[in-house]
Every structure is written in C-alpha cells, then in structure tokens.
Design a protein around this ligand. Structure first.
Ligand code: ADP
Ligand code: MG
Length: 859
C-alpha cells in the first residue's frame, strides 16, 4: 500500500513539475515533449481529415474553445490540489484511497492540460501561418486561390519544426518520420488540388448558368432585337459547350485525383495503424478522445452539409424567382394591345403570319423548356426539402447521441464512485479476513496445544489411577501390617505380663439419641479408638476395641484363652470398668437372651474339665461377694448365717488374694455353678438412677477356683478365675440419686478413686502401691501388679452427653494398660502337695490361728 509520506512526496514532485511548467520561463519536460510529438501528430492528422479546418474563423473559434477548456481544467486542478493539500495536512492516514484518487485526478488533469496546451499551440501555429484575409468579407470557402499552398506551408512548419517557438523555448526536435508524414502532406496537397478542381468546375457551371440567365435577361429586356440576341446566344452556347468540354476534362481529372486520394488515404490509415500499434494505449482516454473526435467530425460534416444545402437552396430559390419573372414577361403581349396570334389572323400578310407562327413556336418551345425547368427545379426543391428533413433527423440523432453520451458519462461517474466505495469495502474486508485468518491460526495452534495437553492429561490420569491403585494396595497392606504389629505387640506385652485392656462401645440408646445423639467416636482399626472433643481428636490404643455391634459371643471368644489359663493354674482376673450404664454388667454377666462372659466361662470351665477328665481330676468351687459401702458381703452365705459375719481379705503364700470367712462352695457341674451365680446376682443390691433403670450399686466379685490334680503324676495346679463387675463411676448430680444412693455413690467413688491411685502408682512403677486404701484395691491386689493374668474391659457410652466420662474412663484404662504383672503358675508336685495338706491339718489341730492379711501388713 502507498504510504502517506510517499504520496506527499509524489504530490510535491507533481506540484513542482506543474509550477515549473506553469511559470513564465517554462522548461519542457521530457514527457511534455513526448506528448507534444505524439499528440501533435495525431492532432494534425485530425485537422487534415477535416476539410475546412483552415477557415480562419473556425480556427479562431477552436482556439478560443480550447483555451476556455484549459482554463476550466486549470480551475479544477487547483481545486483538486487544494483538496490534496488539506488531506496531506489532516487525516491522510485513514484516507489513502481518496488521496490516491485525487492524485490520479491531478495526473489526468495534467495530461489533459498539456494536451490542450499542445492543441492550442498547434492551432495557433497553423493560424499564424495562414495569410490574413485581405478584404472584410468572410472567406467561407477554402477554395480561394493561394490558401492551400500557404496552409500547407503552415502544416510543414508545424510538422517539421513544431509550433513557433515562444521566447526562451527551444524548438522541439521533429520526431515524426518523414516517411510517415509525407503521405499525409501529399494527401493534403491532393485534397487541396481536389477542392480547387471542384471549385473550378463549380465556377464553370455557375458561369454557364449565369451566362444562360444573362442571355435570357438580354432577350427579356430587348424583345424587339430577338434576332440580334440569337447571335449572342449562339456565342454563349459555344462557350457553354467549350466549358462543358472543359468540365468533362476536369471531371476526368477529378476522378483521377479522387482515386489518388483514396490510395493515399489507405496508405495513411495503414501507417497510422502501424504507428498506433507501437503506442501504449490508455483505453479509456483513447475511447473518449475517439468519441469526441467522431462527434466533432459528424457535427462539422453536418454543419457543412447544412451550410452547402442552405446555399444551394437559396441559389435555387433565386433561380426559381428569376425564372418565374422571365416566364411572366414572356406570357405578357407586346405593347400595342394585340396578341401576336390575333394580329396574324386579322390583318397581316402570309410573310407576317409565318413570322408570327415561328415566333409562337419559339414561345411555345420556350414555355415548354421553362416548364420542364420549373418541374426540375420543383423536384430539386422537393429533394432539398427531403435533404433538410434528413438533416434535421440527423441533428436530432446527434442531439440524442449527445444526451445519451451525457447519461452514459453520468452513469459511468456514479459507477466510478460505487467502485471507489466497493474498493474501500474490499480493503476493509481484506483486513478483516487477514485478522480472522490470524485468529483462526491462533485458535488452531491453541487447539493443537490443547489436544497434546489432553493426551498428556489422559496419560497422567491413567498413571494416577495406577498410582492410586498401588497406593490403595499399599495402604491395605500397611493396615494389615499395622494390625499384625499391634497384635504381635499385644501378645508380647501379654507375655511380658502386661495387663490387657479391651474397650467396648455399647450401642446408642433411644433416650441418648433424643438427648443429643452420638459423640464423635470412631474405631480406626481393631486396636485404635479416636474420640473427638473440645480439645480436638484424641486417639487411644487398646488390646482390642469392640464396636457397638460386637456380639457377646465374639467378646467371649477373645477371653476364652484366659478361662483356659485359669484351668492351667493361673490366677486370672477379668474386670469391667466404666461409668454407670456403659455396659459393664451386660458384658460380664449379661442376661438370659445375651449371656455375658461369666456364664459362658462357667460352661467353658466344665467343658475343659470334662475334656481333660482322663488326665486330670478337677475340683471347681466358687465364692461370690459384694462390696457394698466398703463392706464385703457374702452373696452365697447359707440362709440363716449372720449377715455381718466379718469377711477378711488375705493373701496366701503365693500372693493370691483370698477372702476368709466367705463361703467357698464346690460345684459339680456348670448348671450348679450357674444356679449359684444367679442366686448371687439376685442378691446383689441395685437401684434405679437417671443413668440406669437397674444400676449396680455395689462391686461384684465372683471367684471360681479350679484345682486340677494330674492322674498321671499327682501334680496339683490351682487356678482362679475372678470376675469383677465394678459399680459405675458417676457424678452424683448427673445420676440424680437420693440420700442413700448418694452414700452408696460416695463409697463407690471412694473405692474407685483408690483404684485409680493404685493404677497410677503401678503405672509410674512406684515402690509403694496404696492397695490398702480400699477394700476394692485390696481385693484386686493380685490382679493389679500381682501374679494374675488380668484383663480389664473399659466400657464406654457412645452418647455425646457422656463424652466427658467416656474420656475419663479411657484415660484410666490407658494407664492400666501400662501395668505389668508377673503371672506365675500355681503348681506343686505330689509330695509337696501331700506335705502341704499334712501341715494344714496339723495347723487346724493345734488351732494355731493364722494372722489376717491386714494384721500381717500392719505388723
Ligand atoms: P452398667 O453395669 O455399666 O451400669 P449395664 O450393663 O447395666 O451398665 O447396661 C446398661 C444398659 O445398657 C442395660 O440395659 C444393658 O442391657 C444395655 N447394654 C449395655 N451394653 C450393651 C450392649 N453391648 N449391647 C446391648 N445393650 C447393652
Ligand atoms: Mg452394672
């Protein structure tokens, strides 16, 4: 695209060129010279084509017309230049199209102006070369003698030297070839000669006519000397004949010259065509130039025709009128009042009559001739009228074609404007197209990137899936490993003698559901319990964690091995700790529908005894006590026995806790034991609190001793299974108990806090353990830090309402887990057993009382 600066530069160059040309001392540029040569040649050819171009008035008029045109074009050019100046100054960036069109207008105007200048120069040169008319009358016809050679000279001057050089201007070199120009000049010469011949012929014809008419005139004016006139008439006829002969010769000459002209014209056209082939054409300009030249030529021809026809018409009219006068004169009788025919009839002689008849015949012949002439002239008049009608039609056609041309030009201009607008639109659309193409390529690039990213993403997704699967497998195996590790750790701890702690979560009861629902307690794995609270989530590790859906059977399966240990001679203690209503009694004792650990253990002991009956004989006995308000109560005491009979807690030599004074009843079978158990449970004190409809108000102690004697070697093992259902730890305000129950609760809490102290000092591995602070801790002396295998159930409530108590219970249980017992099997061989029995009997016999556990400790 053309930049505005470039356009400005071009404009400046043009302006400079114009100002140089428009100035007084004009320097002919190369292009102007070229135009002048070419155009001058074409223009001269046009002039040559036009036969009457040499009329001085016509030349004058043509020059003035061209000058007016030039002035108009100069004005237009000024306006366009002004527009360019404004455009250059203002918004040229956004109107390059308009600028471009203005520049093209300027260049067009330049060429038009230079063409006009050239034309004017040529016309002026020709005019100058023409001789000035010597008389005042206008020289309408170019046939005046001497014009052609002069004008030809002018042509030669123009063609060979160019127009008369203006002062300060060098004559342009003659560019048309003489070979090209010579035919044109010859053609012109031929034309001039032709016209000359034609004019001579016309002159002769006119002379002949005027001679004829003057002869007649003479006859008319002197009717008396008709015979004398016939002589003149004869001479005239001779002259006419001579002139006719001359005219025949001239006609032949004319025909010859016309042929030469046709040949030369053909040659000129040929040369012209050859020349035009070499000139690069501007079709639009060429068409308009040709149109205007054709139109001008047609107009000139028509004007010429019109003019000649009019002159002919006037001539004929004149002839007609003169012929009419002559005719009327001939028809009138001579002076004397008698017609020549009547005079001959009445009084003249034969000679006079003959003379009269000859005269009549002559008259008749004249009349006939004149009538024929009149007829011919009428025909010619008709012809002239037809010609003038044709002329008018031609003029109308000319007008019509002119108006058509104007319309076409207007239409062309409007189309041009439309074209400009369309060009602008096209440019806008092309820009838009380019922009859209850029956008499209960008979008395509992005799409390619996107699809490659998608491919990468799908790869990543599949990789992620694989990794997730791997991670899941790893997590599973980790969990398995952890569980196993915990299991092994617990087994190791058990082997080391650690107290085992099982946690059991009971289901949410209906009242609890109404009171606020479940606390955020979560069982992460079979060994871990997570409890959320105000202080965040806390995690507790136990030997087992049982969720709310764990069955009683499942619980027993986990403790069955301990039951078996008691058969093997170990002291085994299974106790249940937790707040009231957390499920201690349910776990240890259960009910008929869901029997707890105790009834299942009883059955299992007898099953084991039965299974080992071949090797060992088992003696199973039981005692069942209640620790109520820090007082031991024998629940199996026979009816009628004193309820306040003092029961004492003692330790035997091996450190096993025994309760002296308590009934130790042997059991034959499991049913018997179950019966005793039910009796004891029935005797236990319970009370309804807000926490529990039948809350245990005492600690229950069930002891089952197993003495197994080997049938093989007589070895005796003594095991003991203690089941301890502790009373619930609770806050008095929460449980809503009455005065008695408050006293019970105080006693329970006191014993439980003594238990907590023992647990703390055992966990801290302190040397002094305060077992004696409570009967409960004394009862549990062998189970906590003693020689027993101990398992503690910590029962917790799932309710949000009990969350604080739940956390307290769990903290205590965690501490219990750190306590280590040193479990040992209670086994004696046969001899030791025999000796022990002897000693015991002797002791009974000498009635030597053994001091109680308290007395011994105090001592
Ligand atoms: P605690 O002895 O600790 O005071 P209980 O054993 O008397 O509590 O239980 C209170 C209530 O909860 C009882 O009605 C009992 O049946 C019920 N319960 C306790 N644990 C469970 C459990 N695991 N499954 C079903 N019910 C239970
Ligand atoms: Mg209970």
């Amino acid at each position: 695209m053309t930049g505005p600066s470039e356009l400005s530069a071009r404009s400046a160059a043009r302006t400079g060129q114009r100002s140089a040309r428009g100035g007084g001392g004009r320097t002919p540029t190369q292009s102007a010279v070229h135009w002048t040569e070419r155009e001058k040649y074409g223009f001269l050819l046009q002039l040559l084509e036009c036969p009457e171009f040499l009329l001085p008035e016509r030349l004058e008029r043509r020059i003035s017309v061209e000058k007016t045109k030039m002035a108009a074009y100069q004005l237009e050019q000024k306006i366009v230049n002004e527009n360019i100046r404004q455009m250059d100054g203002t918004d040229s960036l956004h109107r390059p199209e308009l600028l471009e069109s203005l520049y093209s207008q300027v260049s067009h105007l330049d060429s038009v102006l230079s063409s006009l200048e050239g034309q004017i120069q040529v016309l002026e040169a020709v005019q100058r070369s023409l001789p000035r008319p010597t008389h005042g009358g206008s020289q309408h016809d170019s046939g005046t003698d001497g014009h052609e050679p002069d004008s030809l000279e002018a042509m030669r001057t123009v063609l060979s030297e160019g127009p008369e050089p203006t002062p300060g201007r060098r004559a342009a070199p003659c560019s048309p070839h003489p070979a090209e120009l010579e035919p044109a000049v010859l053609l012109h010469l031929e034309r001039c000669a032709h016209r000359k011949t034609r004019r001579q012929l016309q002159l002769l014809q006119n002379n002949a006519r005027s001679y004829d008419s003057s002869g007649r005139q003479r006859v008319t004016s002197q009717p008396e000397s008709l015979h004398g006139g016939s002589e003149g008439s004869l001479t005239g006829s001779l002259e006419t004949l001579a002139s006719l002969a001359s005219s025949d010769r001239l006609l032949d000459e004319l025909k010859l010259r016309e042929m030469t002209i046709a040949q030369l014209r053909g040659r000129v056209l040929q040369l012209e065509r050859a020349r035009l082939d070499n000139i690069p054409l501007d079709p639009a300009r060429e068409i308009s130039r040709l149109q205007s030249s054709v139109l001008e030529r047609v107009r000139d021809e028509l004007t010429l025709q019109n003019f000649s026809l009019k002159s002919k018409l006037s001539e004929f009219t004149q002839q007609l009128s003169s012929s009419g006068v002559q005719f009327r004169l001939d028809q009138q009788p001579p002076a004397g009042g008698r017609r020549p025919a009547a005079g001959s009839d009445s009084g003249a002689g034969v000679g006079g009559r003959r003379g009269g008849s000859e005269h009549d015949a002559e008259q008749q012949r004249r009349i006939g001739e004149l009538e024929t002439q009149l007829h011919n002239q009428r025909n010619e008049l008709e012809q002239l009228r037809a010609d003038s009608a044709q002329l008018r039609a031609l003029e109308a056609r000319l007008e019509e074609s002119l108006s058509r041309r104007e319309t076409t030009e207007r239409y062309l201009a409007s189309r041009q404007e439309e074209l400009t607008v369309l060009k602008l639109d096209l440019e806008t659309l092309q820009e838009e197209n380019t922009r859209l193409k850029d956008d499209l390529s960008r979008v395509l690039r992005q799409e390619a990137e996107h699809s490659s990213r998608l491919v990468r993403l799908s790869d990543c997704e599949s990789e992620l899936g694989r990794l997730q699967e791997e991670r899941r497998l790893l997590a599973d195996s980790l969990q398995r490993e952890r569980t196993l590790r915990k299991q092994y750790f617990n087994q190791m701890e058990e082997l080391k003698g650690r107290i085992r702690v099982f946690c059991r979560l009971r289901p949410l009861s209906e009242p609890e559901r109404r009171q606020g629902g479940a606390a955020p307690i979560d069982c992460a794995d079979p060994y871990t319990l997570c409890v959320g609270g105000d202080k965040g989530q806390r995690e507790f590790q136990f030997d087992r964690v049982f969720t709310e859906d764990t069955s009683q059977q499942r619980i027993f399966d986990e403790v069955e091995s301990l039951v078996q240990s008691s058969m093997d001679g170990y002291n085994v203690c299974i106790c249940a700790y937790g707040q009231t209503g957390s499920g201690k009694t349910h776990t240890l004792l259960g009910d008929e529908q869901a029997p707890g650990v105790a009834p299942r253990a009883f059955r299992r002991l007898f099953e084991l005894a039965q299974a080992r009956a071949a090797q060992t004989s088992c003696a199973i006995s039981t005692y069942m006590l209640e620790l109520y308000n820090d007082r031991l109560v024998d629940l199996l005491a026979p009816a009628g026995a004193r309820a306040d009979e003092k029961l004492e807690v003692k330790k035997d030599r091996r450190g096993t806790v025994v309760v002296s004074g308590a009934a130790l009843l042997p059991c034959q079978d499991a049913a018997h034991l179950q019966l005793l158990f039910e009796r004891a449970v029935g005797a236990r004190r319970t009370g309804a609190t807000r926490m529990n409809a039948a809350s245990s108000r005492s600690h229950l102690v069930i002891g089952v001793t197993v003495e197994a004697t080997s049938r093989v070697n007589g070895a005796v093992t003594r095991g003991k299974l203690s089941l301890l259902d502790l009373a619930g730890s609770e806050r008095a305000a929460k449980s809503g108990a009455d005065a008695d129950q408050l006293r019970e609760a105080n006693a329970i809490n006191k014993s439980l806090s003594a238990l907590a102290d023992v647990i703390s000092s055992l966990a801290a591995e302190q040397s002094f353990v305060p077992y004696r602070n409570s009967k409960l801790t004394m009862l549990m002396q062998d189970s906590l830090g003693g020689n027993a295998k101990t398992l503690m159930f910590v029962n917790i409530s799932p309710a949000q309402y009990n969350l604080d108590e739940t956390l307290t219970s769990l903290q205590y249980a965690s501490r219990v887990k750190q306590i280590t017992n040193s479990a040992a099997r209670n086994a004696d061989n046969k001899e030791i057993t025999r000796l022990k029995n002897v000693i015991a009997k002797l002791r009974q016999r000498v009635d030597c009382g053994q001091p109680s556990l308290e007395e011994r400790d105090e001592g």
